[in-house]
Design a protein around this ligand. Structure first.
Ligand SMILES: Nc1nc2c(c(=O)[nH]1)N[C@H]1C(S)=C(S)[C@@H](COP(=O)(O)O)O[C@H]1N2
Ligand SMILES: [Mo]
Length: 335
């Protein structure tokens, strides 16, 4: 889904930024009297001091085990290895390369967190970090995730139906759509601080569903995967799972869920309306303007080049459950 905006200036911009950070770090270290003396640094206190400049591997986000009702399919379905699911990500707030989110999101703060449920609801709610994990019974669901870029994974999510939360807030008759918003935090998310690093999206990332889609039992809010809380690259502390829709609908790190009367905008539709629609139902018969959607590369334990091309199914294989919601809708127009 990477788009080619001004490739040259992108390279320049990043060089400038990186150089800037480099200089800044050096000058701080210099003030501390560390430049040229790094060989003397050994003890834990010094290591801590260096931590503020370190990137990536040094500090790793800590996931916690979760209690949940296991999916019945456990053991009968081949899952995408956890290592792949957590290191091949789209989360443009942390960079546009597949490896960027795992590298850049490890210091992301998820506690404290606030998720607000508002708009046309009977009683607006605010959930804090503990509420997300504890206020509703957690269940595991193994689902397929099919990205619009024609790759897919099979992932065991842990969470609760979105309907359970919406019913808590009370869904009146005025709410026709649900709008979701990701956290905006440019200091933590380099893609939000720099237009080139963030792929040109106007942040915060937003998404939307029709109310019947939102209330559908297959639609869930996930707080975990592979038995534990979500790592930040996969959308901690809470993200959307809509199995029959392309991955870009599966908005991550949500801070607001709002019932609206009008169809909300969604980030990828806003950026490239000819390529990404509002509905984004997985559909092998409607090609992306730049590639076919007839098949997909299933990411398994094999290498990236291993032959695991499989046909793409209408509604990602969930047609029996969801096709009825789109009776009478032209799915070519409403892609
Ligand atoms: N906030 C936000 N949510 C996002 C994205 C993003 O860039 N920002 N990318 C989407 C896309 S394109 C996909 S395919 C899925 C990928 O989810 P995963 O990294 O957990 O596999 O997240 C979706 N949710
Ligand atoms: Mo995607």
């Amino acid at each position: 889904m990477q788009i080619n905006i001004a490739k040259k200036s992108q390279a320049k911009e990043q060089d400038v930024t990186d150089e800037g950070i480099y200089r800044e770090r050096r000058s701080i270290l210099k003030k501390m009297g560390f430049v040229g003396a790094s060989a003397l640094l050994a003890g834990p206190a010094q290591a801590d001091l260096f931590d503020i400049f370190s990137n990536k591997e040094e500090t790793k986000f800590k996931v916690e085990p979760l209690k949940f009702k296991a999916d019945k399919q456990t053991g009968t379905i081949k899952l995408t290895p956890e290592e792949k699911a957590t290191h091949h990500n789209n989360f443009y707030e942390f960079g546009t390369k597949k490896s960027d989110p795992a590298e850049n999101a490890q210091n992301f703060k998820v506690n404290p967190w606030q998720l607000r449920v508002e708009g046309a609801v009977d009683k607006p709610l605010t959930l804090d970090y503990d509420d997300l994990l504890k206020s509703l019974p957690l269940e595991e669901r193994i689902t397929r995730l099919r990205c619009v870029e024609a790759w897919s994974m099979v992932i065991p999510w842990i969470g609760f139906p979105l309907a359970a939360l919406l019913n808590k807030a009370g869904v009146g008759s005025k709410g026709k759509f649900v709008k979701f918003t990701t956290l905006k935090s440019p200091t933590q998310m380099p893609g939000q601080a720099n237009r080139f690093k963030g792929g040109g999206i106007d942040y915060p990332y937003v998404e939307g569903l029709r109310i019947d889609e939102a209330m559908h039992p297959l639609t869930m809010l996930a707080v975990g995967m592979y038995g534990k809380t979500l790592p930040p690259q996969n959308g901690a502390p809470i993200r959307l799972v809509v199995p029959w829709k392309y991955g870009f609908k599966w908005i991550k790190s949500i801070v607001k869920i709002e019932l609206t009367e009008r169809q909300p905008i969604n980030s990828w539709n806003q950026l490239l309306p000819n390529e990404y629609g509002f509905y984004a139902n997985v559909n092998p018969e409607v090609d992306h303007p730049r590639w076919s959607q007839a098949s997909e590369r299933l990411i398994t334990s094999g290498g990236l080049l291993s032959r695991n091309r499989i046909p793409t199914l209408p509604f990602n294989g969930y047609g029996e459950e969801v096709a009825g919601m789109y009776k009478g809708l032209d799915l070519r127009k409403n892609f």
